[in-house]
Design a protein around this ligand. Structure first.
Ligand SMILES: Nc1ncnc2c1ncn2[C@@H]1O[C@H](COP(=O)(O)OP(=O)(O)OP(=O)(O)O)[C@@H](O)[C@H]1O
Length: 321
């Protein structure tokens, strides 16, 4: 098989991100894409004020057809945000992302499902939103429900009554039926039980063997190493490394190790300061107790001879003898 980098040269990248950046307003919803509005409604927060921050900025990379790219990094560094920009559900404020092919997104546990619709209705709605003709959904419906292990009595129940495992299984079963060339997966593999995990691993293996391209956000190193050939390490709001998955994970793990060491040192220093302060206080209390046991008035012990109780510096006009 040609290396992914050769594939990129011969057929061009399937995903191209150039100088991508997105800013969020604190306490304010941002502009929504059409797809977001369709799924979540068009209400917009009237509060136009609020400070802004850039979770991601200046992110550029290419993905070649057939690549499986893992995105790694600490919580809150913008991994899901990046995936949403690739999926087109979030519009970048800077730069551009070009995606040459249809995208099958598993970006959230519910796969875009509406809680008030039944499992069956959701399969038809979300399937058709992703371009599956009704006849095709009819033909694949039983397979989807079987794969998801949803008992027949539950398929016509609103999915708000489903467990999170049931929702994620149904979402995965549906999205994995799409024959789109690009699959975006955000953490959903973590949710299913062992048996479902094995099935979804096999489904992903099949898709990757079929020359699909996948971008996977995960904190599970096993999953990342199992599927991905490439790794993007997001750090401090930008792309710190674009390399093979093992090197990306090694860099991330090393940074985490250093951070934990530094935190431990800070905690130890803080604990030491607290212990010293406590010892000092105890010593002062002991001194005060022994002074009062000897009958000395505690305050006068500190007073210079001839000084006044009100003015310990003795500047009350009295002269020290
Ligand atoms: N719609 C939004 N409005 C405001 N801030 C947001 C929005 N979506 C995400 N954020 C913020 O952007 C930052 C990046 O979030 P994101 O979910 O992309 O991180 P992540 O790397 O996927 O985190 P995790 O590993 O915890 O899933 C976070 O600080 C998050 O709170």
């Amino acid at each position: 098989m040609a290396s992914t980098y050769e594939a990129a040269v011969t057929s061009g990248p399937i995903i191209e991100a150039k100088g991508l950046g997105v800013k969020f307003a604190v306490n304010r919803r941002r502009k929504r894409s059409l797809r977001e509005m369709f799924i979540h409604g068009s209400k917009r927060d009237p509060n136009a004020e609020g400070s802004e921050f850039w979770p991601l900025r200046d992110v550029s990379f290419d993905v070649a057809k057939g690549d499986c790219v893992g995105i790694v990094g600490k919580n809150g560094t913008g991994k899901s945000t990046l995936l949403k920009m690739i999926a087109g559900v979030l519009i970048p404020d800077e730069g551009k992302v070009s995606v040459h092919g249809k995208v099958a997104p598993l970006l959230e546990l519910r796969a875009g499902f509406n809680d008030n619709l039944t499992g069956r209705e959701n399969v038809y709605l979300v399937g058709s939103l992703h371009g599956m003709p009704e006849k095709e959904i009819d033909a694949r419906f039983d397979e989807i429900v079987d794969f998801a292990e949803i008992k027949p009595k539950f398929i016509d129940t609103p999915i708000r009554h489903y467990s999170s495992g049931m929702k994620v299984r149904l979402g995965f079963a549906l999205i994995s039926q799409l024959e789109h060339p690009i699959m975006l997966v955000d953490e959903v593999l973590a949710v299913g039980d062992k048996a479902f995990k094995r099935k979804s691993y096999e489904a992903i293996d099949r898709m990757l063997a079929n020359d699909r391209t996948m971008v996977l956000v995960s904190h599970n190193e096993k999953d990342l190493r199992r599927f991905c050939n490439r790794g993007l390490y997001i750090k401090g709001g930008t792309l710190a490394l674009d390399t093979d998955i093992d090197s990306a994970l090694a860099a991330y793990n090393e940074d985490t190790r250093v951070e934990i060491e530094e935190r431990k040192k800070k905690d130890a220093a803080k604990k030491k300061r607290a212990e010293e302060a406590e010892k000092k206080l105890e010593a002062e209390q002991r001194a005060a107790t022994s002074d009062s046991a000897e009958g000395k008035p505690v305050d006068s012990a500190e007073k210079p001879e001839g000084g006044s109780a009100d003015k310990p510096d003795g500047k009350d006009g009295g002269q020290a003898a």
